[in-house]
Design a protein around this ligand. Structure first.
Ligand code: GAL
Length: 737
């Protein structure tokens, strides 16, 4: 039966490659012990050279395979190695893999020794190679190098399950399951197949052919009534498939699925028959310092941030398949996903490159087809020109593999050939003027409507740093609100996915010159800018109350001084505003933003004046006539204390585990001091380390960092102490499990 083992630990790494490293007994002199996920080079937060991580490197590991596995098949799986690699076992070349965003499995059985240690060597090429998408021209993001996702070792019978796609149909809540089984076998075989789902059990007898990844469509079975997966209640089912021959169990394959009905129509997107507007943001999978190499917990946290802090309905995995941990979490919390193949504008004519595109489509879909959260496959290179041949192929392949989801292709050109089921458009027309979004017909050039989604807006049209001045931060937020509002009012737009969730490191050809695109509604540490509250304030107040004034409450930060108009982003029914406890007045949401569930509230009152004095601001938010939130902003903010919070209070010792800590220097009422750059000294105790530098400065009053476990567990406690010159030391404790 199947044995699956984590293959992340006890690797050795060196940041160069020599042919002799491949030899089995060449040793690890000069190598450093590392765990996966691993960044081939840690980089500074900004102002670094993107060539720093684009080099050849080498990973090495010894492992034992017991004699009892002699008649078994041994596989190794890598979930992500950027950008290409060659794998050697015991000095012998096994395979090359190209493409940094999709997984690959290698059958290493012929190379294994059962008497001694085995050595795996992975020669990793993290250069921007022209034969691999997204490379070949410029790209607006960095493709950080290394074995940056998890790896696994499998010990299997010679007949095993490669994959199962649980296709299904729904009639109301009644599901018909149509499993598609992929097997690899050394011989032709008669198999008994058994699927168990809850208390239900289904059986089939099938013949399989010898060979790799042979597929069989099992005859449909009636499941009866199922609980549907939806955004409020994302019900998941565990399902296991077992194959046996002559009464002997050969393999069991576990999956997790959800049942939901999706329809992408001309008038909108329907989930289980209910129309929902797909309000969302794009996500790049990068983080400060370690680039792509963040472990499970941190990947999951991003999904939580998008769903629970920003209240999004959808995320686009721009511009490549993202971490399985991230997608699993999207399934668990009810966050829809538009997933797309790697690429950025450029299409190569090279055969290798184009083959890679098709293999990316296949690998993405085969990896992710059981995720209920994924509702569309993006099968065009983001913003590329038309290529009839290539995109006919990608669409055909996607539909062959998975006929249950629509395809889409994301464009920036108009009049592009409609080969997909949904027309995706990055609509950057809005520059603060009259035109907010293009008309669908103007974009498609067709004289009829098609299912249509806006997949990017804003971004480079209005880059904004969290520490910019009020004017810019307000305009940034309002641009997001204006476009979301307009898209929701249009009958022929099923959703709008903004550019983007988080600031990200990029090449010098893009961004603000410091290797950052400040396009996020949150910064790289996932700390919100005001635009984040445009999204957050659309949440149901029963889920979370949001109230954020678009003001630092200072008399002289805006041109001409003052803070009028004072705009409040909130999901409260109304607010009451007073200054120094005087002149209390009630304000209601703006009629201007009918497309938003919770429009901003504009407080059109003149507060104070240059030279006339200033007072404390108080805002109370009401839901159902009950006060639910109170915010106070001081007239005379001063440094009061350091507020530090971690996302988690425990970490695993036995694997690379990490969590974020956010440090804010706050005023006497707990608000961030937006222009404070204060040096923080981070000191760990116990078996944890800070990722990145141990001395940082707050950027606009706050900063985040991640701590990770070291692999040791000398105590079940660890802590980090944050010291600064102006505040009391603060400590955060973690349990180490
Ligand atoms: C788009 C592109 C994104 C990003 C964005 C910036 O054209 O698809 O990757 O570069 O512009 O606004």
């Amino acid at each position: 039966m199947r044995i699956k083992q984590n293959f992340n630990d006890n690797w050795f790494y060196i940041d160069n490659f020599e042919e002799e490293y491949v030899h089995k007994h060449s040793g690890v002199e000069g190598f450093t012990p590392v765990r996966l996920p691993h960044a081939n080079r840690e980089v500074p937060y900004n102002y670094f050279d993107e060539r720093d991580y684009q080099f050849m490197s080498c990973y090495k590991k010894n492992f034992k395979i017991g004699k009892d596995a002699k008649d078994k098949v041994i596989l190794i799986e890598f979930e992500g190695v950027m950008a290409a690699c060659e794998v050697y076992i015991n000095g012998k070349f096994v395979e090359e893999h190209r493409g940094g965003y999709v997984p690959f499995k290698l059958n290493i059985t012929p190379y294994i020794t059962y008497d001694d240690d085995n050595t795996i060597v992975v020669k990793v090429d993290s250069r921007e190679r022209e034969d691999i998408p997204p490379f070949g021209n410029v790209i607006d993001y960095l493709t950080f190098g290394g074995i940056y996702r998890d790896a696994y070792l499998y010990i299997l019978e010679p007949t095993y399950i490669d994959n199962v796609f649980y296709a299904y149909e729904l009639q109301d809540r009644n599901a018909t399951l149509r499993p598609i089984l992929y097997t690899t076998s050394d011989v032709n075989k008669d198999l008994d197949v058994c699927v168990e789902l809850g208390d239900k059990k289904f059986e089939w007898e099938i013949d399989i052919e010898a060979g790799e990844e042979r597929y069989v469509e099992l005859s449909p079975v009636e499941l009866g009534e199922v609980e549907l997966w939806d955004l409020e209640n994302p019900v998941l089912y565990h399902v296991s498939m077992t194959i046996s021959a002559n009464g002997k169990k050969l393999d069991t394959y576990e999956s997790r699925i959800g049942f939901r009905h999706i329809e992408a129509k001309v008038d909108g997107f329907y989930l289980n028959g209910e129309k929902i507007f797909l309000r969302g943001l794009n996500r790049h999978q990068s983080y400060p310092y370690v680039g792509y190499a963040m472990p499970k917990r941190v990947q999951e946290k991003d999904a939580d941030i998008l769903r629970y802090e920003l209240g999004l309905k959808i995320v686009r995995t721009s511009h490549y398949p993202q971490s399985p941990h991230f997608l699993n979490r999207c399934d668990e919390i009810g966050l829809l996903v538009l997933e797309e193949i790697p690429g950025w504008q450029h299409i190569s004519q090279g055969k290798d490159w184009r083959d890679c595109v098709l293999s990316d489509v296949e690998k993405m879909i085969k990896r992710d087809w059981n995720h209920p959260s994924i509702i569309m496959w993006g099968v065009r290179i983001n913003e590329s020109r038309d290529d009839h041949e290539l995109y006919t192929e990608t669409n055909k392949l996607a539909r062959q593999l998975d006929s249950t989801r629509p395809t889409t292709g994301i464009r920036c050109i108009t009049g592009s050939e409609m080969l997909e089921d949904v027309y995706g458009m990055n609509d950057f027309i809005y520059d603060g003027g009259e035109v907010i979004l293009r008309e669908q017909q103007e974009v498609t050039g067709l004289d009829y409507k098609v299912p249509y989604i806006v997949t990017e807006y804003n971004g480079h049209m209005f880059p904004t740093k969290r520490f910019d001045n009020e004017h810019r931060l307000i305009e940034h937020a309002l641009r997001h609100a204006t476009i979301q509002n307009e898209a929701a009012l249009r009958e022929d737009i099923m959703g709008a996915i903004g550019w983007c969730a988080f600031d990200y490191n990029t090449h010098y050809d893009f961004g603000s010159g410091d290797r950052i695109c400040y396009h996020g509604v949150m910064d790289m540490f996932r700390i919100p800018k005001w635009a984040a509250y445009v999204y957050a304030s659309q949440m149901n107040p029963k889920e979370k109350i949001v109230l954020q004034p678009l003001s630092h409450w200072s008399v002289g930060d805006r041109n001409k001084g003052g803070v009028s108009p004072l705009i409040i982003l909130t999901n409260c029914d109304y607010i009451e505003v007073s200054v120094e406890g005087k002149g209390k007045e009630r304000f209601y949401p703006d009629g201007e933003y009918r497309g938003l569930d919770h429009p901003p509230i504009t407080v059109n009152v003149k507060f104070g004046e240059w030279g006339v004095g200033w007072g404390d601001l108080e805002i109370v938010g009401y839901v159902d006539d009950t006060p639910v939130v109170f915010k106070k902003y001081p007239k005379n903010p001063y440094v009061s204390r350091l507020d530090i919070k971690s996302d988690d209070d425990w970490l695993y010792a036995d694997r690379f585990d990490a969590t974020r800590v956010v440090c804010k220097v706050v005023d006497q009422y707990g608000n961030i001091l937006p222009y404070l750059n204060e040096v923080l000294y981070l000191q760990t105790e116990g078996d944890i380390e800070v990722i990145g530098p141990n001395t940082v400065a707050t950027i606009g009053g706050c900063i985040g960092f991640w701590v990770k476990t070291t692999g040791a567990r000398t105590s079940d406690r660890a802590s980090v102490v944050v010291r600064s010159n102006r505040c009391r030391d603060e400590r955060i404790n973690f349990k180490i499990i």
